[in-house]
Design a protein around this ligand. Structure first.
Ligand code: ADP
Length: 303
C-alpha cells in the first residue's frame, strides 16, 4: 500500500498546476464471516456442495450419493466426502471396506461408480465407535479436505453429519461452499429441525440451494394406490415460505432402500428407473445454480 501511495503521489505531483498532494487509501470492508475465512481456505474442488439435514435418518446420505452419481452422469468430475465422523455411511452406501492407499503423505480416494470417495469409515474398523470431542472432529474434517489427493474435481459433495454442530461450522469457515442442499422428510418435526440447519447456513453466509423432500409418498406396489405416509408437501410449503427453491420430491420406495443398503446406489444400479430420473432432475437444478455462479453475463455486441 505504501508503494502505491508513493507512486500515485509522484505521478500527480508531475501534473501542471498541482500545488500539493494528499493521498488517502481505503480498503473494501468485508463481512465478518468472510473475513474469518481469509487466509487458509481449503479448495478441494471447483464447487463444494454440502448435503445437510436437521436430524438423522431422513435419507440424507442416500440422497447425497445418488445426487453425486447423477452429477457425474452430467460430465462432471465428482467426489463425495462423508463428513459424518460419528456414523459414517459411505462404506455401506458404496459397498466398500478397503483401506485407502497413501501417496506423498496424502490419502488416495477410493474410486466407486466413477466417483472419488473418502470417509473416516474407510480408516476405522467397522464396529469401532468414534468417541471424539469437538476439536477432534474439526481437525479430522480439515484433514479430509486438505490431506486427501482429490483429483481435479469439478464438484465435491459433502455428506454432512445431521444437526448444526462443529462439522457444519468448520466446513463453512474453512472452505468456500457453493451452497447447501437441505434434505427433509415431510413431517413438521423434521422440518423444524431442517429449519435450524437452514438458519445455520444462512448465518455463516452459505447460500442454500434448495430443499428436497425425501420419503415424500409411497405408491403401493400391489394396489398402485398412493399413500402419504409422513404427510406430503411440507417441504415445498416451507421452501416457498422461506423463498428458497424447492428441488424435488423423492418417494419412499423399496428399490431405493434396497439399493442404498446393498452398496449399489439406484442411479448407477438402475439408471433407467423413474427414481433415477428424479435424482437427475434435482442434480440438474443444482448444477444450473452452481455453474451459474461461474458464468459471466453475456456481452451484447451492437453492429
Ligand atoms: P441419513 O443419512 O439421513 O441418516 P440414510 O440415507 O442413511 O439417512 O437413510 C436411512 C434409511 O432410509 C436407509 O436404510 C436408507 O436406505 C433408507 N432410505 C433413504 N431414502 C429412502 C427412500 N426415498 N425410500 C426408501 N428408503 C429410503
Amino acid at each position: 500500500a505504501d508503494e502505491i501511495k508513493l507512486l500515485a503521489k509522484q505521478a500527480i505531483e508531475q501534473l501542471d498546476d498541482v500545488l500539493s498532494v494528499t493521498i488517502i487509501l481505503t480498503a473494501h470492508n468485508q463481512q465478518p464471516a468472510q473475513a474469518q475465512k481469509q487466509g487458509s481456505l481449503l479448495k478441494p474442488a471447483r464447487h463444494i456442495v454440502a448435503v445437510a439435514s436437521g436430524k438423522g435418518g431422513v435419507g440424507k446420505s442416500t440422497t447425497a450419493i445418488n445426487l453425486a452419481l447423477a452429477l457425474a452422469a452430467q460430465e462432471q468430475r465428482v467426489g463425495i466426502l462423508d463428513a459424518d465422523v460419528y456414523g459414517p455411511s459411505l462404506p455401506r452406501l458404496l459397498g466398500l471396506n478397503r483401506k485407502p492407499a497413501t501417496e506423498n503423505k496424502k490419502l488416495v480416494p477410493l474410486i466407486a461408480w466413477g466417483l472419488q470417495a473418502m470417509s473416516i469409515g474407510f480408516l476405522l474398523e467397522e464396529d469401532t465407535p468414534t468417541i471424539w470431542r469437538g476439536p477432534m472432529v474439526m481437525s479430522a474434517l480439515q484433514q479430509m479436505l486438505r490431506d486427501v489427493a482429490w483429483d481435479n474435481l469439478d464438484v465435491l459433495i459433502i455428506d454432512m453429519p445431521p444437526g448444526t454442530g462443529d462439522a457444519q461450522l468448520t466446513l463453512s469457515q474453512r472452505t468456500e461452499l457453493a451452497g447447501a442442499v437441505i434434505v427433509s422428510t415431510p413431517q413438521d418435526l423434521a422440518l423444524i429441525d431442517a429449519r435450524k440447519g437452514l438458519n445455520m447456513f444462512q448465518r455463516v453466509n452459505v447460500p442454500v440451494l434448495g430443499i428436497i423432500e425425501n420419503m415424500s409418498h409411497f405408491i403401493c406396489p400391489s394396489c398402485n394406490e398412493r399413500f402419504d405416509i409422513f404427510g406430503h408437501g411440507g417441504a415445498a410449503a416451507e421452501a416457498s415460505r422461506l423463498g428458497l427453491p424447492f428441488l424435488g420430491e423423492i418417494p419412499l420406495d423399496m428399490a431405493i432402500r434396497e439399493t442404498s443398503d446393498a452398496g449399489t446406489p439406484i442411479v448407477s444400479a438402475d439408471p433407467n428407473s423413474p427414481y433415477s430420473a428424479i435424482y437427475h432432475q434435482i442434480a440438474e437444478k443444482i448444477l444450473v445454480q452452481i455453474l451459474g455462479q461461474d458464468r459471466k453475463a453475456p456481452s451484447i455486441v451492437m453492429e
